[in-house]
Design a protein around this ligand. Structure first.
Ligand code: NAD
Ligand code: DAU
Length: 339
């Protein structure tokens, strides 16, 4: 089948493309990506010449361009990773989040309706559930937890999820949604916690921990996320939401200390800075549904995943040094300069 992967030049989308090309040589992958600041064509350089792969530079909000691509490629399945994905940027400038994350999703689904599709899969986030209190370790997000978004980013992702379910009910579009917890692994843009701390530590720069560093995230190795999506595409039920998570809760401060220890850097680099506005305290996924229905379980232990990830950033300095030497410097100054 032909699978259209949007946002495939970003972190999770690129890892998904690598996984699919390796594990499903019978499928053809078409990657559509606008190449925003977060999209990096060099990430895809090893698959550019693969006969089962095509890259198209396109904005998911460009209706005419998207329809033309559907006419050319007639995809059987669409997996929508394309999004503005960074919470801090959504606090700085929400508008592009609403355009890409909501309206872009609508354009893709309109194309699916017009040209026919076996499945539209929306890559969602656990952030749509809001947060959990630190003193209730017994609570987890299930698929029936009410939507309760905190940031413009999570509100835009929640809106997209609602629209996807509305297209299923109203137009009968065959859809699935996955809501995953925090990913880590190769090719993550160094504005996110783990790669930012690795890059700063390697450059002996301060490690900016928001607030007291007590916020908890449920970390999942990116390849496990890709496997879960693949499983949903093949065996998931239309109209269903599947939570994906690793039962791997960690406090931010403990992650940062672990990175210091692994790299042999002093904890004195850690600098507590002004907290993120509206900062969610704790995310924790209950993955019972995807486990019982589709047999998916995370395979990578955090100790192994973080070691592999740190090694990847050590081995691929050019990849992230090129990023942080460009416009990223202006972003970093805006975000952290007066914090
Ligand atoms: P990312 O920011 O690394 O990549 C996003 C990609 O989308 C980039 O390649 C970018 O160029 C592309 N893009 C942005 N706007 C576009 C547009 N208008 N048209 C076409 N392409 C566009 O993001 P990521 O971390 O890989 O996240 C991918 C998806 O997974 C997002 O939908 C995000 O909400 C979701 N998600 C991420 C995580 C996580 O921990 N990173 C967890 C759960 C869900
Ligand atoms: O839960 C899934 C979500 O995980 C995805 O939907 C988002 O796309 C993804 O960016 C991620 O969101 P977070 O806000 O949890 O990730 P981030 O890496 O930005 O931050 C992780 C935690 O670390 C959070 O509590 C904020 C904190 N933090 C982050 C940065 C960048 C710091 O303390 N200092 C920092 O410099």
């Amino acid at each position: 089948m032909t699978i259209l992967v949007t946002g495939g030049a970003g972190f999770i989308g690129s890892n998904f493309i690598f996984f699919m090309l390796e594990n499903h040589p019978e499928d053809r992958i078409v990657c559509l990506d606008k190449l925003t600041y977060a999209g990096n064509l060099s990430t895809l350089k090893d698959v550019m010449d693969d006969p089962n792969f095509r890259f198209v530079k396109l904005d998911i909000c460009d209706r005419e361009g998207v329809y033309k691509l559907f006419e050319e490629e007639k995809p059987d399945v669409v997996v929508n990773f394309a999004a503005e994905s960074h919470v801090d940027r959504s606090i700085e400038n929400p508008e592009v989040f609403l355009q890409t994350n909501i309206l872009g999703t609508q354009v893709l689904m309109d194309a699916c309706r017009k040209y026919g599709i076996q499945r539209f899969h929306q890559v969602g986030t656990d952030e749509v559930y809001g947060d959990l209190p630190l003193d209730r370790p017994d609570l987890f997000f299930t698929e029936t937890t009410p939507i309760h978004a905190s940031s413009p980013y999570s509100a835009s992702k929640a809106s997209a999820d609602l629209l996807v379910l509305a297209y299923h009910r109203t137009f009968g579009l065959p859809v699935t949604i996955s809501r995953c917890s925090n990913n880590y692994g190769p090719y993550q843009f160094p504005e996110k916690l783990i790669p930012l701390m690795i890059a700063n530590a390697l450059n002996d720069k301060p490690l900016p921990v928001y607030g007291k560093g007590e916020n908890v995230r449920d970390w999942l190795y990116v390849e496990d996320h890709c496997k879960a999506i693949d499983r949903i595409l093949r065996e998931g039920r239309d109209g269903e939401v599947y939570n994906i998570g690793g039962h791997n809760e960690m406090r931010n401060i403990d992650i940062v200390k672990l990175i210091c220890k692994t790299l042999g850097k002093p904890e004195s680099l850690i600098t507590y800075v002004t907290d993120r506005k509206g900062h969610d305290m704790r995310y924790a996924i209950d993955p019972a549904k995807i486990h019982s229905e589709l047999g998916w379980l995370p395979e990578t232990k955090f100790a192994d995943g973080i070691r592999k990830t740190i090694q990847w950033y050590l081995d691929h300095k050019t990849w992230w040094e090129e990023i942080i030497s460009g416009d990223y410097q202006n972003y970093y100054q805006r975000m952290y300069g007066n914090r």
